[in-house]
Design a protein around this ligand. Structure first.
Ligand code: CAA
Ligand code: FAD
Length: 384
């Protein structure tokens, strides 16, 4: 066992850090305030190969490993978690799901442009549509239906809270094809946003990750060709769960980035700000906060990297990705709140960035399975 990043990993980390500082930092406060989708940033990320980082070059991807993905997600999330959630969904939910379980035709048609983040010079990204108004944590309670009509399925229903909802061209949609079969009656379909019967609801006005575009998506008698079903009949729920296990590494890394961004800003501030005749870092109460932040962040990083390493080595990573997600997201929420405290009144205003990190941190405890859901997954695994 060795705890050292390779030269290549360090280069990728630096490329992500430079990208975050040069391309994401300018305008991050305004994008958050105006809820502006970071389209320019995503197009530039695509040029770096970061929208299909782990996809094989055969399908237009960058062919990197999951460790690289964790490193890149951390660096970008330190600055702009609205950019990183878009990147995470496209990489670990949509592209990974298609590469792992799609057939050759589906990969050629959809994965190749998705991995490049572009088609004909225009933004081309995906979204993952599992949640519904009445099926969030209880994800098997799907109400969206896909009726088998012979050579196509007829899709009807509404999905909620969809990240990249308006910007995506391709949706991976979970729907019930046979309610009597329970989870085994769920399938996943590739649906194009431009098809008749697909409609995008209003953008959600959110607490955090305000740049990301979260929408409900409705389907009314949408004809989905049979060849757009992913995998065997009834594979849709397993598809969602297997894909989410990797997605949770992405969100854990996003949380890690938010926490380390908050910590780095706090350390810098504590070295500069003076109170009672000395820099506040010399007050032990502040130093202890920083020490705890550094310790919990390092623990989060190790959990993320372990889950990534397991995934890269074909070891079951369901348990470690849930552990990474619950620990890193709770660390992010706690560390970002402490960061505001360390900044005092300045922490409460936008210019110092930590209030945004605190707002952004909260979602990491909710999406891709709440902290309670991660504990369910961990609990079931350790009891087995
Ligand atoms: N791999 C393979 N199969 C799995 C699996 C996994 N990791 N987890 C469950 N399954 C299978 C089970 O084996 C079972 O199949 P069989 O009937 O053949 O045995 C089937 O799926 C049903 O599983 P459970 O009985 O465990 O289902 P459950 O109703 O108890 O729910 C749950 C389990 C873990 C709570 C699950 O519903 C869950 O993960 N909920 C959270 C949903 C979620 O994470 N949503 C995220 C949406 S995407 C998103 O949020 C993106 C974003 O924000 C950016
Ligand atoms: P509920 O499931 O109703 O949960 C409410 C509370 O009850 C939570 O605290 C939960 O942990 C708790 N709870 C529920 N069941 C249990 C239990 N058995 N034991 C203990 N506690 C329990 N979904 C997608 O499919 N695609 C996306 O791209 C996507 N992006 C999102 C972006 C944003 C900004 C948001 C807010 C959500 C997004 N989601 C997405 C949905 C997200 O995954 C769900 O919100 C999440 O899974 C929780 O579901 P819910 O909101 O219905 O809460």
């Amino acid at each position: 066992m060795h705890f050292q990043l390779s030269e290549e990993h360090l280069m990728i980390q630096k490329a992500a850090r430079d990208f975050a500082v040069n391309e994401c930092l300018p305008g991050v406060i305004e994008r958050d305030e105006l809820q502006k989708f970071p389209k320019e940033q995503i197009l530039k990320l695509a040029e770096l190969g970061f929208m299909g980082m782990m996809v094989s070059p055969e399908y237009g991807g960058a062919g990197m490993d999951t460790i690289s993905y964790v490193l890149a997600m951390e660096e970008i999330s330190k600055i702009d978690a609205s950019v990183s959630v878009c990147m995470s969904v496209n990489n670990s939910l949509v592209s990974w799901g298609l590469e792992a379980f799609g057939n050759e035709t589906q990969k050629q048609k959809y994965l190749t442009p998705l991995a490049q983040g572009k088609k004909d010079g225009e933004l081309y990204i995906g979204a993952f549509l599992l949640s519904e108004p009445e099926a969030g944590s209880d994800a098997t309670s799907q109400k969206t239906t896909a009726e088998d009509k012979g050579d196509y399925y007829l899709l009807n229903g509404t999905k909620n809270w969809i990240t990249n909802g308006n910007s995506a061209s391709v949706y991976l949609v979970m729907a019930q094809t046979d309610a009597s079969k329970g989870p085994k009656g769920i399938n996943t379909f590739i649906v194009e946003k431009s098809w008749p019967g697909v409609s995008v609801g209003a953008k959600e006005n959110k607490l955090g990750i305000r740049g990301s575009d979260t929408h409900s998506i409705s389907f009314t008698d949408v004809k989905v060709p049979k060849e757009n079903r992913i995998g065997e009949d009834g594979f849709g729920f397993k598809f969602a769960m297997k894909t989410l296990a990797g997605g949770r590494i992405g969100i854990a890394s996003q949380a890690l980035g938010i926490a380390s961004g908050a910590y780095e800003l706090s350390l810098k501030y504590a070295k500069e700000r003076k109170a009672f005749g000395k820099e506040i870092m010399h007050h032990q109460a502040i130093q202890f906060k920083l020490a705890d932040m550094a310790t919990r962040i390092e623990s989060s990083r190790l959990l993320c990297l372990k889950a990534a390493w397991e995934k890269d080595n074909n070891i079951d990573y369901t348990l470690s990705s849930s552990m990474a997600k619950v620990f890193a997201s709770e660390t992010a929420m706690w560390a970002a709140t402490e960061a505001v405290q360390i900044h005092g009144g300045y922490g409460y205003v936008k210019e110092y960035h930590v209030e945004r990190l605190m707002r952004d941190a909260k979602i990491t405890q909710i999406y891709e399975g709440t902290s309670e859901v991660q504990r369910i997954v961990i609990g079931r695994s350790i009891l087995q």
